[in-house]
Write a protein that binds this ligand. Structure first.
Ligand SMILES: Cc1ncc(COP(=O)(O)O)c(C=O)c1O
Length: 386
């Protein structure tokens, strides 16, 4: 039987719950039901036309062959300039590895740092893929509790560090909460990481989707010592509405960057050639596209926050495009099921994010859907209360 031949490693991996809800919602929509899909994790904007044109031109010019497996040099140079411009971080092109999405970059990092049983600290609530990637790479996930602001409980963080602790995965702005760490909070985390020599994998894919006139701070920018321990991960998916193009990148100290580059060269090789040209254009062209998108996300977030019922408990998002919330007292799966069946709202259960009792909605959908969503959520909360 072929099923018996599947590796323990593969059997231990959970399928993505986001995709499972999407599938059920799609089936209901196909059956003619008016479901609002709030489970998506991508901007509802189109990739800017000037970016598309560059990919088309590259294709027409025959830029369709293998490239340097870590990405073409002009793109790695543009990424270095981006790090300098946006994050005040200086890297050389050899410290950059471009991959097929930030997800791929993160998995490459896990493969490069985890020996069997190495412990990776993941603060809850976390993005669903982190624990699965750690497990696939042979590492052990150690979950850090969250405090009343849905941020890392620092005392708990300190208490779970052991000799086997290899890394911390930090995600600010965060999926699924939208929390953004302040400079002071990052300084505190950096101090602990430096004291114990812990690598910080800083997932900054939502860096530009940030509200209330805040500015994103990369933990790597807080000093030389923490910069050396940090691997910064970013990509074009969320910033430029390019989720399907699959380009992500990382910056690390040279020996680690080289180890990751080796892994990539023996597995996937380069990210798609002509897409790299499009990513280069996105990163180095006029950035005003982003401002318009962020303004719209902020308008939607504000609408939700001003109109959501006080019966609903939630984490106020300061970034990204998600709202993690809880209605009544039931498990995440029960809540997601009830919202889908009774109010035709497709959400993602929070237990896979390490936030039991919560569901995540995404506000990467139009204002009409958002208004209708708030109406249905409030109605549901009233009904549950009775
Ligand atoms: C926190 C976080 N990191 C990384 C990614 C992956 O992004 P990419 O499309 O670049 O692989 C996502 C996508 O949902 C995410 O939410």
């Amino acid at each position: 039987m072929i099923a018996d031949k599947i590796s323990v490693r593969a059997k231990n991996i959970k399928p993505s719950s986001t995709l499972a809800v999407n599938k059920k919602a799609a089936e209901m929509i196909a059956a003619g039901e008016k479901v609002i899909n709030l489970s998506v994790g991508e901007p509802d904007f189109d990739t800017p036309d000037f970016v598309k044109q560059v990919a088309i031109k590259a294709l027409n010019e025959g830029f369709t062959k293998y490239t340097d497996s870590s990405g073409i040099k002009p793109l790695r140079q543009a990424i270095c300039e981006k790090f300098k411009r946006d994050n005040n971080l200086v890297y050389e092109p050899d410290q950059i590895v471009v991959s097929c999405g930030a997800k791929h970059s993160l998995f490459n990092i896990m493969l490069a740092i985890c020996d069997d049983g190495d412990e990776i600290i993941i603060p809850a609530p976390y993005w669903v893929s982190y624990p699965e990637m750690v497990k696939l790479a042979g590492g052990k996930c150690v979950i850090c509790r969250y405090n009343e602001h849905f941020k890392m409980d620092i005392e708990h963080f300190k208490s779970i560090i052991t000799k086997r602790t290899k890394a911390l995965i930090l995600n600010s702005p965060s999926n699924p909460t939208g929390i953004v760490y302040t400079r002071q909070e990052l300084e505190q985390i950096a101090e602990i990481a430096c004291k114990h020599g812990i690598i910080v994998v800083s997932d900054e894919v939502y860096e530009k989707l940030i509200y209330d006139a805040q500015k994103h701070v990369s933990i790597a920018s807080l000093g030389d010592e923490i910069k050396k321990l940090t691997v910064v991960v970013n990509g074009v998916s969320k910033t430029y509405a390019m989720t399907g193009w699959r380009i992500g990148y990382l910056a690390a100290e040279l020996p680690l960057a080289k180890a990751i580059a080796n892994i990539q060269s023996q597995t996937t090789s380069n990210p798609t050639s002509f897409v790299q040209k499009a990513a280069l254009e996105a990163i180095s062209a006029d950035q005003s596209f982003i401002g318009k998108m962020v303004e719209e996300f902020e308008r939607r977030r504000d609408y939700i926050l001003s109109n959501i019922s006080p019966l609903i408990e939630y984490c106020r998002p300061a970034g990204a495009f998600y709202l993690l919330m809880k209605i009544g007292n039931m498990s995440s799966t029960q809540l997601a099921q009830k919202l889908l069946e009774e109010e035709k709202l497709a959400t993602v259960p929070g237990d896979d994010f390490g936030a039991d009792g919560f569901v995540r909605i995404s506000f990467a959908t139009d204002m009409e859907n958002i208004k209708e969503t708030v109406k249905r959520l409030n109605r549901f909360a009233e009904r549950i209360k009775k």
